[in-house]
Design a protein around this ligand. Sequence first.
Ligand code: FAD
Ligand code: NAI
Length: 466
Amino acid sequence: MSYDLVVIGTGPGGYVAAIRASQLGLKTAVVEKRKTHGGTCLNVGCIPSKALLFASEKFEEAGHSFADFGITVSKPEIDVAKLQAFKQDGIDGNVKGIDFLFKKNKIDVFHGTGRIAAAGKVEVTAEDGSTQTVEAKNILIATGSDVAKLPGIEIDEKVVVSSTGALALDKVPAKLVVVGAGVIGLELGSVWRRLGAEVTVVEFLDRIIPGNDGEVAKQFQRILTKQGVVFKLGTKVTGIENTGSGAKVTVEPVAGGASEVIEADVVLVATGRVPYTAGLGLQEIGVALDQRGRIVVDDHYRTNVPGVLAIGDVIAGPMLAHKAEEEGVAAVEILAGKAGHVNYGVIPAVIYTTPEVASVGRTEEELKEAGVAYNIGKFPFTANSRAKVNHQSEGFVKVLADAATDRVLGVHIIGPEAGELIHEAVVLLEFGGSAEDLARTTHAHPTRSEAVKEAALAVDKRAIHI
Ligand code: FAD
Ligand code: NAI
């Protein structure tokens, strides 16, 4: 068996790369050790978390907001087994979709763990221990990432859980402690809070969602606090005692001071993810890693070993499914002699809570640090008719534009459907557009998108509705 390209790992990076390679006429195979394709994102990440966020949001709406609309329903109850079945159904449907796409694109599938025996040779070990070797002109590593473990803290996925366990709980914990106020902690903390858990988030830094615009983060923290999430910022976990039926979490202020013990039924450890390269044989063939264990690649996604490429969570950059996909496409387009490219300055990021948080481009903090002069246009959803009439008026849109050229450098949104609204800003940034371009573009009324236009108008201090 000999291929132009063998892709190891069928997460969003790997499976999309394989499809694009096949479209470009490369004879392609994939190797996947999980039973199902789709990687972290589809099996234990993006998709299941969004199913739980969707359903738990409906639960909360039925319990709280419906009455405001004059709709009377009896107090909603949650059947966690059914909720989990709903989640699994969504995963299964998407997994079938990838199976179909592999067949349609004539991509050969090898089930098992891939190891690069030498450049051009991937050894695949199946679950039963049998091995076979697949030959490839090029090998693309797309093996993704794994949960970052906290030293001395054991994850049993029952009481002390990673995101994987937190997505699969069979009942609502009365008390959930979340370690890490990043994306996973706040999305999954939101799910279980909506369903009835008391949620305490312990964060090492003195702010939540580091890396995001500071003003957005502050507003986000205020809103989540109003929803009932308790934050302990500037606090470190010094130990977790798993009692079998629950846990005692010992925390203390980072700045020093008395420690305290927080009781929990479940503790979610969400302190980041690390690249996954175990068992690939990288050391043996001499593939270079950086200090954080990520595979080092050049701007054509080539490692230092000829014929071995890498993309997605296993290399540097934001650990996002769409970033992995774009890299997969670019890497194989370049292989096929085309001009593949990823614009790293224009990768949107979304947190799928209520309200959603979405951003693209640079934050105010980054612009200040780089010494770039900028103008700010801000528009609150309280002044947007559609958001207001639907009682979804928390949050704002913030547009940051270059003071000299008016080119938009960053857009940050906290508000209803921010994850959808951000994409006009993504296109604008991709085309190097100005705030004036956005401000002069007709937006349908009444839409939440009008808040984006108004924020662009506000850059030139001429917003209409504030
Ligand atoms: P992965 O999706 O991790 O896929 C790697 C695949 O390689 C896996 O299937 C693995 O089994 C396989 N593999 C590994 N080693 C081998 C081997 N030696 N042989 C064969 N197969 C191997 N990102 C977003 O953009 N939006 C979101 O909403 C979002 N939500 C998330 C929620 C959670 C709870 C988590 C944990 C992550 C979330 N992410 C989200 C991040 C997203 O899942 C990752 O960025 C994305 O999956 C990375 O894609 P990838 O293809 O690089 O790797
Ligand atoms: P993260 O990097 O977003 O957040 C981790 C948080 O934990 C940070 O705030 C960090 O300061 C804190 N932290 C680290 N060590 C700590 C400690 N010892 N004690 C207390 N706090 C500590 O990582 P997270 O949430 O685990 O997510 C991992 C990756 O998955 C992210 O890179 C993200 O991009 C991706 N993801 C994306 C989603 C999306 O796009 N909607 C959803 C979920 C995950």
